[in-house]
Design a binder for this molecule. Sequence first.
Ligand SMILES: Cc1cc2nc3c(=O)[nH]c(=O)nc-3n(C[C@H](O)[C@H](O)[C@H](O)COP(=O)(O)OP(=O)(O)OC[C@H]3O[C@@H](n4cnc5c(N)ncnc54)[C@H](O)[C@@H]3O)c2cc1C
Length: 391
Amino acid sequence: MARPLRVVIIGAGIGGIAAAGALRKLGHEVELYERAAGLGEVGAGIQIGPNGVKVLRALGLDSTLEGLGCEPTNIVSVAWDNAHLRFRQPLKAIAVQSYGAPYLSAHRADLHRLLLARVPESIIHLNAHCITVSSDARRAVARLADGSEVEADIIVGADGIKSTVRAALFGETPARFTEQIGWRGIVPIECVPRRIGPDKSVEIDPMEYVGWIGPGGHVICYPIRGGKLYNMYIGSISTDWAEESWAVPSSRNEMMQAFTGWNEALLGMFEKIEQVFKWGIYDRDPIPHWTKGRVTLLGDAAHPMMPTLAQGASITLEDAYTLARAMSRHADDAQRGLAAYERERIGRASRVQLQARQQFENNRKSPAPPPLSRDWIFEHDATAEPAVAAE
Ligand SMILES: Cc1cc2nc3c(=O)[nH]c(=O)nc-3n(C[C@H](O)[C@H](O)[C@H](O)COP(=O)(O)OP(=O)(O)OC[C@H]3O[C@@H](n4cnc5c(N)ncnc54)[C@H](O)[C@@H]3O)c2cc1C
């Protein structure tokens, strides 16, 4: 490598922190600017596909996330009203064999903390709200809300779904409300009923991934935090406006009302949720470029996607690793490095974004067609190339 690059990352979410870890691992100098006053994640679960787990391993995490990750054993589907079994398919038993890594579920805060432990605290600047970015032939500059400026060889906008960096590069892009809102809640694993359905004939295990499917709604449940907690994503059709955010506080009553008449076992779990968040699901088209000059985008800032494939974080992790590798290959020509990163990532990320949209549309059909295959997504190994290679 010619010389280490000076990299500024805007946003210390999963994407920004993973990118910092990957870039530092390959010898680059990184400074991270986060607008929040503290670091952390909202209390909610996250699924990490085998493609994401491969990147986590390359970043030095083990496949169990130090015992905090879970490997759901089966995918189970039950009906919303009488909880009869629609289907049960193995997941844990096939994931490593078919895709080369396990399928994990975890608490967002645990994943964030594990990634954070791999970067020094001294590189993270809190209360640092980026308001715009620019670049010229020699350097990139981020301007912060306090009037200060930071400069670097490249700037990475990892500032999430409502990215300021994306807007500065390409203008504001419209988002479409999908008339779907989701609540998120967590309960102790002991709250999961072991027998449900007609005459309690359906056995469920808290280590299974369970989907409750009904008219106008669906609920996805899986274990997190090493099997101590149970995460629920509770999706419902609504024409009401909801903010494009992952974490607006809501109330249990509001959520219960939308699920009147659903199975009592499910509603019993809802009763135990203490803190409820909701978010409105918006859809955005893929954008044709992520990079302008010496500034690029990563994660939700580049490819905000609907949650139907549960791939947002995994595709973001892939971005992080690929960016670090491309910049190392082209450390003597940062703009070439950014072009290589965009070239390697944009087609795949856009395809996943569009498949998430298609899956969303399919879920609304009655009867819903079988789920679209995610094999091509899971099989991918973003770390497969050597860390430094000729192009
Ligand atoms: C609660 C929650 C639940 C989710 N659930 C799912 C799911 O079930 N399935 C799925 O596929 N995806 C889900 N996602 C999305 C997935 O986690 C993301 O796709 C992935 O983590 C990418 O994160 P990111 O780092 O790009 O963005 P984010 O995690 O949004 O991080 C962006 C960071 O940038 C900071 N920031 C924003 N603007 C500025 C600025 N101007 N200046 C400085 N800092 C700024 C923010 O404070 C934040 O820390 C969820 C996200 C959240 C938050």
